[in-house]
Design a protein around this ligand. Structure first.
Ligand code: HEC
Ligand code: HEC
Length: 465
């Protein structure tokens, strides 16, 4: 700037300095530019990666399989039951309902189970941008890369690679939903069989049908059907769901008009440390993908039937369940914040359905927990809420392992919370809010129903999704 000013005085040409490409913008822009540099942001987290296109034959087969109830033991649940593109790549429910739904084809709010019982213990994360995770998948990263060795999965012990995992986290993950009784398997199919028996039974089912061979031929160049190939095709479909073209990215790439002033103020609060008067969000939601892929406890409310932990067996100890390290009790993998406008409800048990509540929770977890009313969360059986919450509070109190604001709340005003929410909304690619833009990822009954078991989704009002 100084150079520019001096040159300007010397009248060597305003054109060289005063052009908009050199204009530093408002004070907020100047402050943000330096934070962007300090945080090493470049804009697009997918930059430099080779990812499949949805038009490739492998991804096209993957779409058919992702939407097929034939991968559900009782043919009443498919991957898309809980990961629909028009529901932000999730299901819009706090906790998912898999097998045994009253109407298996009704996806999202309105989906119900005859027992009124929820069957899945955690919130379904988005499949969007799944290819960008480098360390692990699931809220506790139980499918994870082990440096230079391979991928560890629930089929192997902690720290040991799974020889059948395939060559990506996405393909390794796609081996598991079919094995989960409440998500897809049901309670009768291959009763008492191992995960391997179950997968063999599923690929045998597709072989026996006779119509899938030509589909595998088109995608793989041979009609052989194996679960490894099923997982590879599903992974290609999921990995093609790259949605990173956000207003925030345009801003980082230099378009100062891409986001408005309140959004910029929110960004300042997000990226500034607490010592600088900010909320320090980027210490965990770091980088262009907005996650450090690490594990932290923000003290999020525990709803639903949990994972068998704690005194009542309805708590969820998160990462500790995998690494057996008490320091990780109640810790969960930091979610990415890309497309967050579309991916609610939020947190591992779907406790919050709007962003301002999530932000307020982060600023003062204890106050948010005190004010939290589990009876307002549809479908979440939470009789055990008080006891489970107390266990978490006691643990975090004694261990000191909670998010910093657990001990020392961050004092921000209502306007600040609103600005942070406005900033979070700039992290959403407009495509994910547009049915037409998403249509390449939505199965078409005219072309995709290979064996009569395609899930053709409807919403709670019985309109096509
Ligand atoms: C009944 C609902 C349900 C069904 C059906 C289902 N999922 Fe999920 N999915 C979930 C839930 C819940 C989680 C989080 C579980 C956890 O972290 O413990 C999840 C996690 C994932 C993740 C990891 C996301 C992340 O951010 O780490 C991927 C990828 C995924 N599912 C893909 C699939 C695929 C592929 C299928 C079909 C083979 C499938 N899901 C079927 C509910 C479902
Ligand atoms: C100490 C690390 C840490 C800090 C600091 C942090 N977060 Fe989080 N955040 C997490 C973790 C971990 C979760 C998921 C916790 C869970 O589900 O139990 C989460 C969840 C979220 C979610 C919900 C996302 C989803 O898909 O469910 C949003 C939104 C969010 N954080 C925004 C923020 C904002 C805004 C700030 C700053 C005010 C912030 N976070 C600060 C770790 C952090």
């Amino acid at each position: 700037m100084k150079t520019c000013f001096i040159l300007g005085i010397a009248v060597i040409g305003l054109g060289a300095c005063g052009g908009s490409s050199q204009d530093p913008g408002s004070e907020t822009d100047i402050a943000l530019r330096s934070l962007i540099q300090r945080h090493g942001l470049r804009g697009d987290p997918a930059m430099g990666r080779e990812l499949p296109s949805i038009d490739e034959p492998l991804a096209q087969l993957g779409r058919k399989l992702f939407f097929s109830k034939s991968l559900g033991g009782d043919r009443d649940s498919a991957c898309v039951s809980c990961h629909h593109p028009t529901l932000g790549g999730g299901d819009g429910l706090p906790l998912s309902i898999g097998v045994g739904a009253d109407d298996p084809d009704l996806i999202g709010p309105g989906r119900s189970h005859p027992d009124g019982d929820l069957t899945v213990p955690r919130n379904a994360p988005t499949t969007f941008n799944i290819a960008l995770w480098e360390k692990g998948l699931f809220w506790d990263s139980r499918v994870e890369n082990i440096d230079d060795v391979g991928i560890r999965t629930p089929d192997t012990d902690f720290g040991t690679s799974d020889p059948d995992a395939g060559d990506s986290l996405t393909a390794a993950q796609a081996r598991f939903p079919v094995t989960s009784a409440d998500e897809m398997r049901g309670f009768e199919f291959v009763l008492d069989g191992t995960n391997a028996d179950l997968r063999t039974a599923l690929d045998q089912r597709l072989r026996d049908d006779g119509r899938w061979g030509a589909e595998f031929q088109a995608a793989f160049g041979s009609s052989e059907i194996s679960y490894a190939r099923i997982a590879e095709a599903i992974a290609a479909y999921e990995d093609s769901q790259v949605f990173t073209d956000t207003p925030w990215r345009a801003y980082v790439e230099g378009d100062r008009a891409a986001i408005a002033e309140p959004e910029k103020r929110g960004a300042l609060l997000f990226f500034r440390s607490r010592a600088e008067g900010g909320a320090g969000c980027a210490t965990c939601h770091a980088g262009d993908f907005f996650t450090d892929e690490g594990f932290h406890s923000i003290c999020a409310p525990q709803l639903g039937r949990g994972k068998g932990d704690g005194f009542l067996g309805t708590n969820d100890h998160g990462r500790e369940r995998e690494n057996d390290d008490r320091n990780y009790r109640f810790s969960f993998r930091t979610p990415s914040l890309l497309n967050v406008s579309a991916t609610g409800p939020y947190t591992h048990a779907g406790a919050y359905d709007n962003l301002s509540d999530v932000v307020r929770h982060h600023l003062n977890p204890r106050a948010a927990i005190d004010a939290f009313d589990p009876s307002l969360i549809p479908l979440a059986a939470s009789d055990d809420f008080d006891r489970n919450t107390q266990e978490m509070l006691d643990f975090l109190e004694v261990s000191g392992r909670g998010i910093g604001s657990f001990r020392a709340p961050i004092e921000l005003g209502e306007q600040d919370v609103e600005d942070i929410v406005r900033f979070l909304e700039t992290l959403t690619d407009p495509c994910v809010l547009d049915r037409e833009c998403l249509s390449p990822w939505i199965a078409d009954p005219a072309t995709d129903d290979v064996d009569g078991h395609l899930l053709v989704a409807i919403d709670g009002d019985r309109n096509p999704l």
